[in-house]
Design a protein around this ligand. Structure first.
Ligand SMILES: [Fe+2]
Ligand SMILES: [Fe+2]
Length: 208
């Protein structure tokens, strides 16, 4: 694809992500699982955690778009686009689950999207090895984060848990594929900085 076409596709993704119009391809892992009887507090708690996860998926869209624009290796680009498609499923699944729980998505989504897009493009500018390194570490931290949510979600909320678990498995796959494509190993300081940023993002989006 010509760089300008890729830019247009990226812009289209941005608009669809922010407007909540998505083309998920895989059925939600929650399909076919009975809705649990949750009290109001449990529903709110689950919705808040899913709002954080939805923000993570908005950022994943932006990150993958930023990377796809800069990826030099055509083979890498194809793999990134495949993972980006799975991230779009995650976006759809988490948005739908928030709705079912009576919650709302983050009001700051445009901000999260813009920040992640810039980071993805900046990492991409450093070359494929480093942009893949950034991606692999992001996926790793998201996977850990989702594992934490599985411990915090209401025990009986099987629908939410099914979504989070399926996303966690995909994120592990995405990390492995970034490493297989030749990701460098990020310096510890960069990983630590990413954790700090993630902490800010998750803390804020848990509320707003
Ligand atoms: Fe994801
Ligand atoms: Fe992922």
């Amino acid at each position: 694809m010509h760089p300008v076409d890729r830019l247009i596709v990226g812009f289209d993704t941005a608009l669809r992500t922010l407007a909540g119009v998505h083309r998920g391809t895989r059925a939600s892992p929650a399909d076919g699982i009975a809705e649990a009887e949750l009290d109001a507090a449990a529903r709110d708690a689950a919705a808040a955690l899913m709002r954080v996860n939805h923000v993570g998926e908005v950022c994943a869209q932006a990150l993958y778009q930023g990377q796809a624009l800069t990826a030099r290796e055509p083979g890498n680009r194809a793999a990134l686009e495949r993972a980006a498609g799975e991230e779009e499923d995650h976006l759809v699944w988490s948005a739908r689950r928030i709705e079912e729980l009576g919650g709302r998505t983050s009001l700051l989504n445009p901000l999260w999207y813009a920040g992640s897009f810039a980071l993805g493009a900046a990492a991409g500018a450093l070359g494929d090895r480093w942009s893949l390194a950034f991606l692999a570490e992001t996926e790793h931290q998201v996977e850990e984060h989702l594992a934490g949510h599985l411990r915090r979600l209401p025990a009986g909320d099987a629908r939410t848990r099914a979504v989070v678990e399926a996303m966690r498995i995909d994120e592990m796959k995405h990390r492995d594929s970034a490493i297989a494509l030749g990701a460098a190993e990020l310096p510890a300081i960069a990983k630590a900085a990413m954790r700090v940023m993630a902490r800010v993002m998750t803390t804020v989006s848990h509320r707003i």
